[in-house]
Ligand binder design. Structure first.
Ligand SMILES: [Zn+2]
Ligand SMILES: [Zn+2]
Length: 173
C-alpha cells in the first residue's frame, strides 16, 4: 500500500489517500483487478479512490497482444532476469489473457458509472495523478485553498477489499 497525506493551506484540513490492491469478485469466485484513480468524492467530502474504466479500444488491443502470447518486452526481460522460464512466461501470459477477457466482459456489461470505492457514490471529481511531481498539490473544492502534499510512504496492506461487478463493496476494510 502506498499513501500520501495532504494539508490545505487555507483551512488546514488534512486528507490521506492510499493506493491498495482492489479487485472485483464475480460469479464462481472469479476475481479480477479493479482499476482506480484518485478523486474528490463529494459525498465523502474528501480524497478517495474511484473506479476508472479504460476504453474498450485499449482493452481490446491489450487482449489482442496477449492472445498472440505477447507480453510487453520490458516485462519479459524483468521476469526472465528473475528466473522465470519460457513455460512460466507462457502461463503468466495465459493468466493475463484470462483476466483481461473477464475484465472486458465486466466493462461491456457494466450498467452504472464508476463509483467511489468508499461510499459507492458516483458524485466525484477526478484529481489528476502527478506521479513525477515531488510536491503534489490540488485544489480544495469549495474552500478556495490548495492541498499540498506533506508526506508519502509505503504501508503494509492488511485487507484486500473486493467489489461486485457494479462497483459495490462486498467486504469491510
Ligand atoms: Zn481548505
Ligand atoms: Zn465517497
Amino acid at each position: 500500500m502506498f499513501f500520501s497525506e495532504f494539508t490545505c493551506n487555507r483551512c488546514q484540513a488534512e486528507v490521506r489517500y492510499s493506493i491498495r490492491s482492489w479487485s472485483y469478485r464475480l460469479a464462481d469466485d472469479i476475481e479480477c483487478t479493479l482499476h482506480a484513480s484518485r478523486v474528490w468524492c463529494n459525498d465523502c467530502n474528501t480524497l478517495r479512490s474511484a473506479e476508472y474504466f479504460p476504453t474498450m479500444d485499449y482493452l481490446k488491443a491489450k487482449i489482442e497482444r496477449l492472445r498472440g502470447g505477447q507480453l510487453p518486452e520490458w516485462e519479459v526481460e524483468y521476469l526472465s532476469q528473475r528466473g522465470m522460464s519460457k513455460k512460466d512466461l507462457d502461463e503468466f501470459a495465459a493468466d493475463l489473457l484470462k483476466e483481461a477477457t473477464v475484465y472486458l466482459g465486466l466493462i461491456e456489461a457494466r450498467q452504472s458509472p464508476p463509483r467511489c470505492l468508499e461510499c459507492a457514490s458516483t458524485n466525484f471529481v477526478r484529481i489528476p495523478e502527478r506521479p513525477d511531481v515531488v510536491d503534489d498539490y490540488f485544489e480544495h473544492p469549495g474552500c478556495g485553498g490548495t492541498f499540498h502534499q506533506t508526506q508519502q510512504g509505503r504501508g503494509r496492506q492488511s485487507e484486500y477489499p473486493t467489489y461486485d461487478a457494479e462497483g459495490n463493496r462486498l467486504n469491510d476494510y
